[in-house]
Design a protein around this ligand. Structure first.
Ligand SMILES: Nc1ncnc2c1ncn2[C@@H]1O[C@H](COP(=O)(O)OP(=O)(O)O)[C@@H](O)[C@H]1O
Ligand SMILES: [Mg+2]
Length: 288
């Protein structure tokens, strides 16, 4: 009878060695199968994890988008309501200032100064109300043939340029005409010019340039030598209510983007902190 204890090496028969060899082979094969199984399982787990991770990210993005959309809707309603309600009383104040200027034939210097301040602040308030309303109820552009150079000059003439800011304009070589809404385009350039001037409190250079690209766009760029922007600011630039100014409301660029995109165009920004910024407005030469 064979004992169940392993045979001693010295007394191993050829048959024992044979069996041991096959046992070893089958164990090896089983180990390989196990390794393959775990490798496949690991791979599947990794794929499942990556998918889950992707889904979690998508879910978070959707959630954020939803919150943004809801916030924007509420913000739009609020902005529209406030803008609308403030327009009438501001109109009354403006008329009152006009009336005072008429009746006061030779006002004292301090009275005149107060009237000047009132007019300046009324203009600022009108600008804020316009951006509130443009943001809340953006109108579709009413297109007509417009000369881009003329609109840039119009925007420059309607922007208050401080003495310490010098302006250089490089017009388009051709008298470039496109189909666009002149009021909206002028508003876009004025908003960008105002930002450029506000970015140069110590003064500097504002350069406007108009060029035509081979790809069928008119590109209007506005470059300043102002404070520039950090990478974090650049990311948030077109977010409603994003402002770094004490008296800013953060709607100017949102309105610019809305208007330019409604024309089938886009706005690009390049900026270096402490060096200045360049905003490029691309408008298609041919509108669909
Ligand atoms: N030319 C510029 N140079 C530096 N920063 C700018 C410039 N234009 C815009 N910005 C930044 O973008 C922000 C948002 O601009 P905007 O939407 O016009 O709102 P607001 O002018 O009311 O702050 C500004 O507060 C500023 O931080
Ligand atoms: Mg602004």
């Amino acid at each position: 009878m064979r004992s169940s204890t392993p045979p001693k090496i010295g007394r191993m028969t050829e048959e024992d060695l044979h069996k041991l060899f096959w046992k070893y082979k089958s164990l090896l094969a089983e180990q390989e199968r196990n390794e393959a199984f775990w490798a496949a399982t690991n791979k599947n787990l990794r794929i499942a994890y990556e998918k889950l991770d992707q889904l979690a990210k998508e879910l978070q993005e959707t959630q954020e988008q939803l919150v943004r959309t809801e916030r924007l809707a509420v913000l739009g309603q609020l902005a529209g309501g406030i803008g609308h309600e403030l327009r009438n009383p501001l109109g009354a104040i403006k008329n009152a200032v006009y009336f005072l200027r008429m009746v006061l034939e030779a006002p004292e210097p301090d009275v005149r100064e107060s009237l000047d301040i009132l007019e300046k602040e009324i203009a600022t308030s009108e600008r804020i109300i316009s951006s509130l309303l443009d943001f809340a109820r953006p109108k579709s552009p009413i297109r007509q043939k417009v000369n881009v150079n003329e609109i840039i000059q119009e925007a420059l003439s309607r922007t208050e340029i401080p003495d310490n800011v010098s302006v250089t304009s490089q017009p388009c070589e051709a008298r470039q005409v496109i189909l666009a809404d002149p009021v909206q385009l002028c508003q876009v350039f004025m908003n960008l010019m105002l930002n450029a001037i506000q970015a140069m409190p110590q003064g500097g250079q504002l350069t406007t340039r108009c060029e035509v690209s081979d790809t069928g766009y008119v590109i209007v760029s506005l470059a300043d030598t102002g404070v520039g922007m950090s990478k974090d600011d650049l990311v948030r630039l077109f977010e409603p209510l994003f402002t770094t100014k004490v008296k800013g409301i953060g709607l100017g660029l949102v309105v610019c983007k809305t208007f330019v995109e409604a024309h089938g165009g886009m706005i690009e920004v390049e900026s270096e902190k402490g060096e200045g910024s360049t905003f490029k407005v691309r408008l298609p030469l041919k509108s669909e």
